[in-house]
Design a protein around this ligand. Structure first.
Ligand code: APR
Length: 322
C-alpha cells in the first residue's frame, strides 16, 4: 500500500518542525511548499531532514517545492503559510497579510488536493481557518484549525508543574477562539480524573494559583514571542498539529479540541471556533457539545464575539467573502 502523503504549505519554523516530526513518526511522505524568495527553504529543509534518514532510520520521502502541482493527491495538508507575530503584536494584527495568503493557499489546495484533510495553523487562527474553507470550497468537515490541542497542552504543562505530577496524567480542556478570550475550562480539566476544583478543595493548590495558571495559558503564545523576539512558538504548535493529522490518517477517533465548523451546536449556525471534536477518517466526524455553566457560557460567548469581529474584518477586506 502506498504511503500517505502529507503536504506542508509553509516551510518556516512550524513547517520545518512538522516535516521533522512527520518523518520521525513515519506518518507518510512529506512535500514542503513555500514561496520564500530569500532562500529555497522548502528544498533545503526537505533535503536536510531526508539526510537524517539513514541515521534516524526513517523510510519516508521528503521533497521541497514552490509548485502547487507537487501537492497533488495529498491526504493531509497542514497550513502554516503567512507571517508570524513579533513582540508587541497580537495574533489579530496578522489578519490583513495572512488573509491574502489564505486566498492563494485555498485556491492551491482546491486545485491540487481537494480530497485532503486540511489543518490550518496560520493566525489569527479561527478567522483564517474560516477564510481558508471559504477560499478552498472544501467540505467543512475536511477543514479545521489547530489551536485547542496547543492551548490545552500549555495548560496541562503548567498544571503538571504546579502539582508535581506527570504531564501524562493531566487532562485539560481549552475551548473558544485562539486568542486572549480563549476559555480554559477548569471543571473539565483533571489529574487522573480528579477535576481541578476538587484539587483546590484537597489543598493541592489555591484558587489564586489556579487563576494565575489560567491567565498564563491565555498568554502562552505571547510569553514565547516575548522570549524568542524574532518569531512565535513552533515546537508545541507543530507537535499539536501532528497529533491531529495522525488521528485522521489512522482513523483514531480522538476527542481533540480544535477550531471546527459548528452548525447547530453551541447556539452557532455555521461558524468556526474551538470546540471538542472527534477526529477520524472522516475528518472532523463530530462536534461534541458539552454542558457549560453560566460563567463558562459567558466566557465562551465573549470569545465567539471576538472571532465574529475578525470574520467581519475579513469580509471587509475581501469582498468575495461577504
Ligand atoms: N504561500 C506559501 N508560503 C508562504 C506564503 C504563501 N502565499 N506566504 C508566506 N509563506 C511562507 C513564508 O515564506 C515562511 O517560510 O510561510 C512561512 C511562515 O514561516 P514562519 O515565518 O517561520 O512562521 P511560523 O513560525 O512557521 O508560523 C506560521 O503559524 O502559528 C502561526 O502565527 C503563526 O501565522 C503564523 C504561522
Amino acid at each position: 500500500m502506498a504511503r500517505p502523503k502529507i503536504a506542508l504549505i509553509g516551510a518556516g519554523q512550524i513547517g520545518g518542525t512538522l516535516a521533522h516530526l512527520a518523518a520521525i513518526k513515519e506518518l507518510g511522505d512529506v512535500v514542503m511548499f513555500d514561496i520564500a524568495e530569500e532562500g529555497d527553504i522548502a528544498r533545503g529543509k526537505a533535503l536536510d531532514i531526508a539526510e537524517s534518514g539513514p541515521v534516524a532510520g526513517i523510510d519516508v520521502a521528503l521533497k521541497g517545492t514552490n509548485d502547487y502541482a507537487d501537492i497533488a493527491g495529498a491526504d493531509v495538508c497542514i497550513v502554516t503559510a503567512g507571517v508570524a507575530r513579533k513582540p508587541g503584536m497580537s495574533r489579530d494584527d496578522l489578519l490583513g497579510i495572512n488573509l491574502k495568503v489564505m486566498k492563494s493557499v485555498g485556491e492551491g489546495i482546491a486545485a491540487h488536493a481537494p480530497d485532503s484533510f486540511v489543518i490550518c495553523i496560520t493566525n489569527p487562527l479561527d478567522a483564517m481557518v474560516w477564510a481558508l474553507r471559504e477560499f478552498s470550497g472544501l467540505p467543512t468537515e475536511k477543514v479545521c484549525g489547530m489551536a485547542g490541542v496547543l492551548d490545552s497542552a500549555r495548560f496541562r504543562h503548567f498544571l503538571a508543574e504546579e502539582f508535581d505530577v506527570s504531564m501524562r496524567d493531566v487532562t485539560a480542556f481549552v475551548l473558544g477562539g485562539h486568542g486572549d478570550t480563549m476559555v480554559p475550562l477548569t471543571r473539565y480539566s483533571t489529574v487522573a480524573g480528579i477535576p481541578l476544583p476538587d484539587l483546590v478543595e484537597m489543598g493541592w493548590t489555591t484558587q489564586d494559583k489556579l487563576d494565575a495558571i489560567v491567565q498564563r495559558t491565555r498568554d502562552g503564545g505571547a510569553e514565547i514571542v516575548g522570549l524568542l523576539k524574532t518569531g512565535s512558538a513552533f515546537y508545541a504548535p507543530a507537535t499539536s498539529a501532528i497529533e491531529m493529522a495522525e488521528a485522521y490518517l489512522k482513523d483514531q477517533k480522538r476527542l481533540l479540541p480544535c477550531a471546527a465548523y459548528v452548525d447547530g451546536g453551541y447556539g452557532l449556525n455555521g461558524f468556526y471556533v474551538g470546540v471538542p471534536t472527534i477526529i477520524g477518517a472522516g475528518g472532523v466526524e463530530r462536534v461534541v457539545e458539552i454542558k457549560m455553566n453560566k460563567e463558562e457560557q459567558a466566557m465562551f460567548d465573549k470569545s465567539v464575539d471576538a472571532v465574529k469581529g475578525l470574520v467581519e474584518a475579513c469580509k471587509g477586506i475581501d469582498g468575495s467573502l461577504s
